[in-house]
Design a protein around this ligand. Structure first.
Ligand code: NAP
Ligand code: ZN
Length: 351
C-alpha cells in the first residue's frame, strides 16, 4: 500500500481539506498514474454534499474527482498498452464485471457491477474508492485512456467526463449535420456539448439563464443564444428542434424545452438534479416527442472521443486553479460562475 496526498471532505457540510489516503500496490493488470490535472465536475459537488443521498449515499471521507490526466509511473507485469512516462487519462469508471451483456457491448457505463472512480465499494482495499483530487491513482489497464500528446493537458482532463457525457448521446442520436440542436445550460458539460455539436455540423442553439454568457457561447460555436428566462425568446422556437441536450444541474422546468422539440424530437437528460423533474405527459404526446437519459460513455467510445479531440484540436476551456482554491470553486459552481470548467493543477498539492 502507498500513501498519497489528497483533498477530502469529512462530511456533507465540511469543506474539502488536505488528507492522506491509501492507494493499492500495482497488481499485474494495474497502471499507477501521477495525477497532473483533475477537472471539477458538478457531480463532485453533488456527491461531496450528499445531494444524491437517495440514489448513491456518500461515504466519508470522500475524495472526489473523475476527470483525471497524468503520467504513468509504474505498470504491472501483464500491462501491454502503457509504460512509465506515457500520458494517461481516467474518467468516471475504474472497474466493471467484464462479462455482462453491457460490458460485452463496450457499454461499461451501464454495467450493474461497475466501480466508479470515487464513492464506490473498493474491491482491493475495502471502504470506498477515492478519486482524482490526489497526487496519484492506481487503475486497471482496461479503464486507462490514451491521451493525445498535442493537447493542453489542463483542458484534456474535463474530456474524461464532461467530454464523453456530451459526446455519447449526440453520437447515439445519429448524424447531426444540418440538424437543429439545443444545449441547455452553459457550464462544464454544456460548453463541451456546444463544441461537439458544432464539430458534427449541427445548427447549435444555447439556452442559458446567464445573459452574461451570450458572447462566450457564440465564440464556443453557438449559432444563436437564447436567454431561457425570456418567454418571448423561447416562444419563437416552439416545435422546431431535432435534438436537445439538457445539462442543467438544478431544478428547472423541462417542459419548456420539450415544447421546443419538433415531431419525433428528442431531449436527452445528462444533468442530474437532486430533486425529480415534473414532466408534462401532454408535452411529450403532442409531437410524439421523447425524453431520454444518458450516462458518461463506454471505454472504447471515450477513446474514440479523445482521438477525435486530438485530431480536431478540441479541449475544454478551463480556469486552472490550485487545489487550495477548491472550496471557492465549489461556491462559484453553485452560482453558475464557471468558465467553463475548473481544472486543478495537482502540482499545488505539493506546496
Ligand atoms: P456546471 O458546470 O455547474 O453547469 C451547469 C449549468 O446549468 C450552469 O452553468 C447553468 O448554466 C445551468 N444551471 C444551473 N442552475 C440552474 C437552474 N437553477 N436553472 C437553470 N439552469 C441552471 O455543471 P456540470 O459539471 O456541467 O454538470 C451538469 C449536471 O450534469 C450536473 O447535475 C452533473 O452532476 C451532471 N453530470 C451528469 C453526467 C452523466 O453521465 N449523465 C456526467 C457528468 C455530470 P447557465 O448559466 O448557462 O444557465
Ligand atoms: Zn463528471
Amino acid at each position: 500500500m502507498v500513501k498519497a496526498k489528497a483533498y477530502s471532505a469529512a462530511s456533507a457540510t465540511s469543506p474539502l481539506a488536505s488528507s492522506i489516503i491509501p492507494r493499492r500496490d500495482t497488481t499485474e493488470r494495474d497502471v499507477q498514474i501521477e495525477i497532473l490535472y483533475c477537472g471539477i465536475c458538478h457531480s463532485d459537488l453533488h456527491t461531496v454534499r450528499n445531494e444524491w443521498s437517495s440514489i448513491m449515499p456518500t461515504v466519508y471521507p470522500c475524495v472526489p474527482g473523475h476527470e483525471i490526466v497524468g503520467r504513468v509511473t509504474r505498470v504491472g507485469s501483464a500491462v501491454r498498452a502503457f509504460k512509465p512516462g506515457d500520458l494517461a487519462g481516467v474518467g468516471c469508471l475504474v472497474d466493471s464485471d467484464h462479462t455482462c451483456p453491457n460490458c460485452r457491448d463496450g457499454l461499461e457505463q451501464l454495467c450493474p457491477n461497475q466501480t466508479l472512480t470515487f464513492n464506490s465499494p473498493d474491491k482491493h482495499l475495502g471502504g470506498v474508492t477515492y478519486g482524482g483530487y490526489s497526487e496519484s491513482i492506481v487503475v486497471d489497464e482496461h479503464f486507462v485512456l490514451r491521451v493525445p500528446a498535442n493537447l493542453n493537458l489542463a483542458g484534456v482532463a474535463p474530456l474524461l467526463c464532461a467530454g464523453i457525457t456530451t459526446w455519447s448521446p449526440m453520437r447515439r442520436w445519429g448524424d447531426l449535420k444540418g440538424k437543429k440542436v439545443g444545449v441547455v445550460g452553459l457550464g462544464g458539460l454544456g460548453h463541451m456539448g456546444v463544441k461537439f455539436a458544432r464539430a458534427f455540423g449541427a445548427r447549435v442553439f444555447v439556452f442559458t439563464t446567464s445573459a452574461g454568457k451570450k458572447e462566450d457561447a457564440l465564440h464556443l460555436g453557438a449559432d444563436e443564444v437564447i436567454v431561457s428566462r425570456n418567454a418571448d425568446e423561447m416562444k419563437k422556437h416552439i416545435g422546431s428542434f431535432d435534438f436537445i441536450l439538457d445539462t442543467v444541474s438544478a431544478d428547472h422546468d423541462i417542459n419548456a424545452y420539450i415544447n421546443l422539440l419538433g415531431r419525433d424530437g428528442n431531449i436527452t437528460l445528462v444533468g442530474a438534479p437532486e430533486k425529480p423533474l415534473a414532466v408534462s405527459a401532454f408535452a411529450l404526446l403532442f409531437g410524439r416527442r421523447s425524453l431520454s437519459g444518458s450516462i458518461i460513455g463506454g471505454i472504447a467510445e471515450t477513446q474514440e472521443m479523445l482521438d477525435f479531440c486530438g485530431k480536431n484540436n478540441i479541449t475544454a476551456d478551463v480556469e486552472v486553479i490550485p487545489i487550495q482554491k477548491v472550496n471557492e470553486a465549489y461556491e462559484r459552481l453553485v452560482k453558475s460562475d464557471v468558465k467553463y470548467r475548473f481544472s486543478i493543477d495537482m502540482a499545488s498539492l505539493k506546496s
